[in-house]
Design a protein around this ligand. Sequence first.
Ligand code: GLN
Ligand code: ZN
Length: 753
Amino acid sequence: MAIAANLGFPRIGARRELKTAVEAYWKGSLSERDLTAEGARLRARHWRIQRDAGIAAIPSNDFSFYDQVLDTTAMLGAVPERFGPLRGTVTPDQYFAMARGTKDAPAMEMTKWFDTNYHYIVPEFTDGQAFRLGALKPVEEFLEAKALGIHTRPVLLGPVTWLSLGKAKDAAVDPLALLPAILPIYAEVLQRLRDAGADWVQIDEPILVTDLSRAQRDALRTACAELAGIGPKIMLASYFGALDDNLDLALSLPTAGLHLDLVRAPDQAARVLAAGTDKVLSLGLIDGRNVWRADLAKALELAQAAAGGHGADRIQIAPSCSLLHVPVDLAGETELDGDLKSWLSFATQKLDEVVTLTRALNGADVLAELAENAAAVASRRVSERIHDPKVKARSAAVTAADFTRKSPYATRRTAQAARLNLPAFPTTTIGSFPQTAEVRRARADHRKGALSDAGYDAFLKRETEACIRRQEALGLDMLVHGEFERNDMVEYFGEQLAGYAFTRLGWVQSYGSRCVKPPLIFGDVSRPKPMTVAWSAFAQSLTDRPMKGMLTGPVTILQWSFVRDDQPRSETCRQIALAIRDEVADLEAAGIRAVQIDEPAIREGLPLRRAEWDGYLTWAVEAFRLSASPVRDDTQIHTHMCYSEFNDIMPAIAAMDADVISIETSRSDMELLRVFGDFEYPNAIGPGIWDIHSPRVPSEGEMTGLLRKAASVIPAERLWVNPDCGLKTRGWPETEAALRNLVAAARALRRGD
Ligand code: GLN
Ligand code: ZN
């Protein structure tokens, strides 16, 4: 008989209880004891949900107060010196200090977990790095579940992935060389788990779906050889993609089980069966990365093929990866209409899908469940709400000419200079201005109905006008309207586009206590009517200076949403691009002379495998160009990207062919700009000269210095002067002070001093 398994359950709670508790603890209004108790309450609840659903392999140690990578760092006692010496086990204060920093010790770095929007705390390795058992969380949580009568399969982040995700702080340190130092700690944890009664553990090595170096492969062999014989059987989990060229390696490792992501890479099931293995195979058939209901008939076919060749006794049915990346429970979505709701599945529902599939495979009578699933899948396939023939036809008719501006950059540059008449080193900002408590209150009041549409509109107009007057007084050259009407740069557009839906409680952990509620793209996307034109036109009517229209780009809108899974992402992105294209054209027609299309998420969309980069970059760049290209030569297209490593994607950035790109560089002391210089980036650039992530006001001299540095890398006539990013999290006093210095710095360079 096959069994139903799970790899991880969301830890935040259906109502973000974990966020509430952790933030209260940080503020000092919740005691350590109460925080601990709240964690235990959530774990117990989640274990019971899984047990009651019929999951046999239930994970433990998938819970975390902040992040599972940080938990592993704590387990290995790898506490950087600045957070104080490790006495006994890592204390809660030390743990949170590593994540968030203290006034004396900057936080550890944070970055995105593979290709998800979840962020982990990056392990740090220094010269002479020592390790020792610093937390027994995996054992404690196993025992905690056991005391509730629930036998679990503890989850550990594998040693090779943990080391590969870490960063050496001293150049001399090779992270992988630390493997022998951490394996004894993993071994000790496994021994203790064995003694506590664990028969299986899940060891996550998602690094297996990436391009591995020889050293990483060797490290995986060494690690598995050392850990496999200790006692608990190991379910080695790969996810987020195909094992591909690492498949033979994965099969050769001496683990009792192997988990495969068959949502991202369904074909690898056949490859594994053809290769032949006596491992228990965990088939990741239910999408742990998206919110759509599975096509159970299709999944069952795959499962049956595997069971036939391999024997059902050695099959587990599971989600493709941990359910950490989907919202907790669809039951809370009381406002979604019936159709849409019947197409969706959140973590709790995905457990049911796993169990139904397992039971079907085992020959149990689940005909009613399968029929109901088939009906929902079929209704989605043909629904008119999803399929808009006009949108599909327009997208199919796109030609290369639609991706291309009328003239090359040099011609556009002259035309724009004549129309815009800007000084050298033109100054501008990235879009948003401070979203003060007052702005947020007005938005909340409006949402609740306490402020009328007209009242809210009048308020926003006053804010916008005041913001324009301040920019004029500061002497900025190209203005923005301030984005006061926007809650979020994706949600604002999603709410106005057809094919989009929003959830009430569809929260997903982004990092620590921070959760995001990504909108859902469920159908063909189109723009029923202009989205930003009225605001931009109103703003432009108040000033003679050029007002920059402000849009979010198609790739970023795609990247920060849950995307439909019934067509390629590239196709959905193209539909969004066409909607943005119409907006760009309408802004131009309304007299707007410059339009900024933000694409901060271009880089994070890169596939995990290098071989797939080109394919992605081709359609992503095409989508941007499609959105940016309907305009005249003398209309200036800007784009903006936040902190990014640009070095390996420079050709794509240049191919976007924006007239002006603003990037985040101030913290790297213009180092990031060098990549543009070395590449001989052909168009104009605004390297950020003010780090807007901190309330600190940089002096005129400091910014002049940064600009001079920039001018040594990029020809002065192609340099713009701006902050690193939008100003919505800043207060007005520091904003005005910093912008005053920024304008003064630009003037200093114009004078040539
Ligand atoms: N225009 C946006 C703003 O200023 C850009 C934000 C971003 O890059 N993330 O807020
Ligand atoms: Zn930014």
